[in-house]
Design a protein around this ligand. Sequence first.
Ligand code: ZN
Length: 363
Amino acid sequence: MKWSLRLGSLLGIPIYMHVTFLLLLAWIGVVHWTQEHSVRAVASGVGFILAIFLCVVLHELGHALTARRFGIKTRDITLLPIGGLARLERMPDEPVQELWVAVAGPAVNVVIAAALAAWLIAAEALEPLGGLGVAVGPFLQRLFVVNVLLVAFNMIPAFPMDGGRVLRAVLAMRLEYTKATHIASSVGQAFALLFGFAGLFVNPILIFIALFVWIGAAQEASMVQMKTALGGIPVGRAMLTEFHTLRPSDTLARAVELTLASSQKDFPVVEEARIVGVLVQGDVVAALSASGSATRVGDVMRRDYQVVDPSEMLETVFERLQQCACRTVPVLRHGQLIGLATMDNIGEFIAIKGALAKTGRSA
Ligand code: ZN
């Protein structure tokens, strides 16, 4: 993210702090100074904010490390005044995995809160529930309250909160992915309205949260509505699963035969159940005129080709297809060829999605 300072890295994940976060610290410092005119008050105010953000970093690490268990890397974690942001390279394609990744963050705060509560109870320092607050009481007790609030806030079932992702993941186990997103973002916006309304009467902070939630839900919804076909949909759901393969020892005559019999233009070349190359139509035509139809596929196929994982997003695969100027990319899961992603195929997927969206149905 622009305007971010690198703080270092934790478990291989770079941690950044957005400059606006420094403004927040400065503001807290100034507020404490004008109120109490003591360096100690400033230090404890700023120290408390830093402690909160340590909890937020641990929360984001919860997401990042769970994602890592599913083989998903995290580009970085950035601290913003409104919270943390872990940028995962992609979202898991399995709803169950998305559920785990989303839940892992708040779970970290549950653990911190439980540990602090245990400590406070052991030290007989915990105030009765009515006396708890973020602004009053000893440091650790306030930190306990903050962690409880972090869990509650993040589990609100609205994007961009973790609760929104949990809701979508649960819905996606039964419904189609775009439909699940649509319902989850509508629920989020209903919550935003509720917050905004409550904010008018209870606490103006709620209006700010409402705005934040509304924008998050709208972003998630527009991703679905506008980029219906591409946004947030893994390749695994739009790949070609019925296709022909060739062996390196096959002749180009066999390739021509298959091309004429089906509509397939490019072929994955497989040897002993492993993909070893891609035979591209343009190369076949050139080779046919140069050396005839008895030429081996293995001599014409491309050995440097791109592959994609079924959980990669259509958007990124579409970009890659454009960049590499190739029409076909093999889809591999754990090294096994399970499908083909082609420009034509993705185009058809978009067209079908668009048509279904107009009639209000889902694929
Ligand atoms: Zn989170």
